[in-house]
Write a protein that binds this ligand. Structure first.
Ligand code: PRE
Length: 355
């Protein structure tokens, strides 16, 4: 070992000793907070504030997202000293929902992969998991209808959101594209990579694209078949030991999926929040305008409006609306009070820190 290398490693050792002392002191404080705090250990608003502060203080060379990951992991450890959490997500292992759960909760939780979005809701409703993570919309493919329908029915609250950049990979046993005879993927992922597949695998007919229940399931099927490939995420490739043939094959490089965290909790304001609600208006001229007017009137920005056929049969459509601000903020609560007078139906799904 050169003298210079030894000197640098000695410096790292000294820093690690300090880091260990600091992280241990932090964990002690979290445990103390856990003893005086009522209710659940997980406080999304506080974690959002900690991450925002660290992004702000970040001196480099680490990127803000890397700093956020590091501190999410530190908080995940500290949180686990207070209370072990179980997080349900749309499985199997290796899905983007698992990545989203990891991004929000860190790795020091018990993760519970579920077979369907319905199952994620049921596990949390039955108290088998503290929180659930479900996809709600994709920037290319639009809303995930089943999540919206279940949000309408459930008594659970929306406690958070996670925005995840979705990068699709072509995974197989080898990198020889000419030898690929069939491709497995989830229909949404096929749609996101439609052009790329047409250009790079022109020898495959449309019938060679076989739908799977999830991307992770597609990777599992491809792992069992030498002449098959899967379109799936990095995590799925790792779980099923596949080789990466091509990365970032999505047609839109800004492809993002938004996930919601669901649970029993009413989240306190973080200072930078969103509120999700579902509402319905009586079917008459100007009805939608009436629905939007209270927000405009109180200066509340709407970030999303999604219509969905009502299953109740009583009204034709329900509208899923996201607005900026927490329901405890005066302008949001005033707008909601005004809306409740006009709407045939209104359910506030929850307020939570904006991703
Ligand atoms: O501030 C708290 O309430 C804590 O329990 C500490 C802490 C943290 O590690 O910073 C841990 C868990 C909570 O979700 C929020 C923050």
């Amino acid at each position: 070992m050169t003298a210079q290398l030894k000197q640098l490693r000695d410096k790292i050792d000294a820093i690690d000793s300090e880091l260990l002392k600091l992280v241990s002191a932090r964990a002690d404080l979290a445990r103390e907070i856990g003893e005086i705090k009522n209710g659940t250990a997980y406080r999304p608003e506080r974690e959002a504030q900690v991450l925002a502060r660290m992004r702000e203080l970040n001196p480099g060379p680490l990127e803000n997202e890397q700093v956020a990951r590091l501190f999410t992991e530190i908080m995940s450890l500290c949180r686990s000293m207070e209370e072990p959490l179980t997080v349900a997500y749309l499985g199997p292992r290796g899905t983007f929902s698992e990545e989203a759960a990891l991004k929000r909760f860190g790795s020091v939780v018990t993760s519970l992969p579920c077979n369907s979005i319905d199952d994620v809701f049921s596990k949390v409703e039955a108290g088998k998991a503290n929180y659930g993570v479900v996809p709600v919309e994709n920037s290319t493919e639009g809303a995930v209808g089943r999540s919206l329908d279940l949000l309408l029915q459930t008594r659970l609250k929306v406690c958070g959101e996670v925005a995840l950049a979705i990068h699709q990979l072509l995974l197989a046993h080898h990198t020889d594209l000419a030898r690929i005879r069939r491709i497995y993927s989830h229909p949404q992922s096929f749609a996101q990579c439609h052009e790329w597949l047409n250009v790079h695998l022109p020898h495959l007919p449309a019938s060679a694209r076989i739908n799977a229940a999830s991307n992770a399931d597609a990777a599992r099927l491809a792992a069992e078949d030498e002449s098959a490939a899967a379109v799936a995420g990095k995590k799925a490739g790792e779980v099923y030991g596949l080789t990466v043939c091509a990365e970032n094959i999505e047609d839109d490089p800004s492809n993002t999926t938004r996930f919601l965290v669901i649970g029993e909790q009413e989240v306190a304001p973080s200072g930078r929040d969103k509120t999700s609600l579902v509402t319905s208006v009586r079917n008459r001229p100007g009805a939608i305008h009436e629905l939007l007017a209270p927000f405009a009137h109180h200066g509340v920005s709407m970030t999303r409006l999604e219509s969905r056929p009502s299953r109740a049969g009583l009204w034709e459509y329900v509208f899923f609306v996201d607005v900026e601000g927490h329901q405890q903020e005066p302008k949001v609560s005033q707008a909601l009070r005004e809306l409740v007078e006009k709407a045939a139906f209104l359910k506030v799904l929850g307020s939570y820190p904006a991703a």
